[in-house]
Design a binder for this molecule. Sequence first.
Ligand SMILES: Nc1ncnc2c1ncn2[C@@H]1O[C@H](COP(=O)(O)OP(=O)(O)OP(=O)(O)O)[C@@H](O)[C@H]1O
Ligand SMILES: [Mg+2]
Length: 338
Amino acid sequence: MSAASLSLSAQPVLEVNDLRKHFAVAGGGPGRAAGLLRAVDGVSFSLARGETLSLVGESGCGKSTVAKTILRLLAPTSGQVVLAGRRIDDLTLSRLRPLRRRIQMVFQDPFSSLNPRMPVRDSIAEPIRNFRLARGRSDLEARLLRLMDRVGLPADALGRYPHEFSGGQRQRIGIARALAAEPDVIVCDEAVSALDVSVKAQIVNLLMDLQKDHGIALLFISHDLAVVEHMTHHVAVMYLGRIVETGSREALFETPRHPYTRALLSAVPVPEPAANRARIVLKGDVPSPIAPPAGCSFHTRCPSCIERCRTEEPPLTALPGGGAVACHLAGAEGAAHA
Ligand SMILES: Nc1ncnc2c1ncn2[C@@H]1O[C@H](COP(=O)(O)OP(=O)(O)OP(=O)(O)O)[C@@H](O)[C@H]1O
Ligand SMILES: [Mg+2]
């Protein structure tokens, strides 16, 4: 399915079309054959300015690999990445460099983007210098102060070192560094997952404010569906390197179509216990992406599996009201509604 037919809104700032990332893996002892690990296997989506798309799914389904491949921290095996109308997946790294400003990343552990031996000032000034955004020293200084203010840190934080801050404050510094580049898109890979509940809420609110004020598009990677429900516009659910369902927040949380989405949602606690969804416990583990099951890759764990699911792969099919689902049963249901 093309990105166009999966398009979630009118003016995409980021389009990903049939993206694949396969890793060649060596055999690791008995029972572990050498082969091709299909970490990302045909992922398409688009993201509009000022909107959030959340990528969700169990550990190992390929979320971080999608992010790293878009940012070219990993070379894609195939597929297209289009940023603000320009294809970037086939650019050389030197041609890509000026466009890198437009897409920034915030990681789970800000230590991975902040140099522990550098004062915060230098970490945040780095993208401003690299992309030549400041007109002289006083403009640089003014930018640094504005960024501190924007992310809710005192000006004197600039002179301190990453280890002097709490996890939440460090994440604010990571966000300031991303923001310093004046990006169109920020990719957040489990950016709030390691934080306490109240700090998590503050950082999520900060991201939402920044999005509103600057029109930034967020690709929000998380396995915390409660956070996703609070802040996203659209959701894409991944299983074994593929998107199995997409939809608006409302559609996906209120009427999930894919049995995998239903199972994920059933595990999310809601404030009133009476309203909890009946818990669907999936049998078994996620199969290896080196040898994914034939047919529907979810069929080995699916509570609704029928014979057809074992042999025939369900295509990601657009739903009449928007969104898409890859399930033989949900597809039939969708057609009945059309
Ligand atoms: N460099 C690599 N070489 C080989 N396999 C890799 C590499 N990076 C990731 N993988 C594999 O690709 C698959 C997807 O990994 P990925 O890190 O993208 O998952 P994820 O959805 O981000 O998981 P998590 O929620 O745990 O962060 C996994 O099977 C992983 O073991
Ligand atoms: Mg990950």
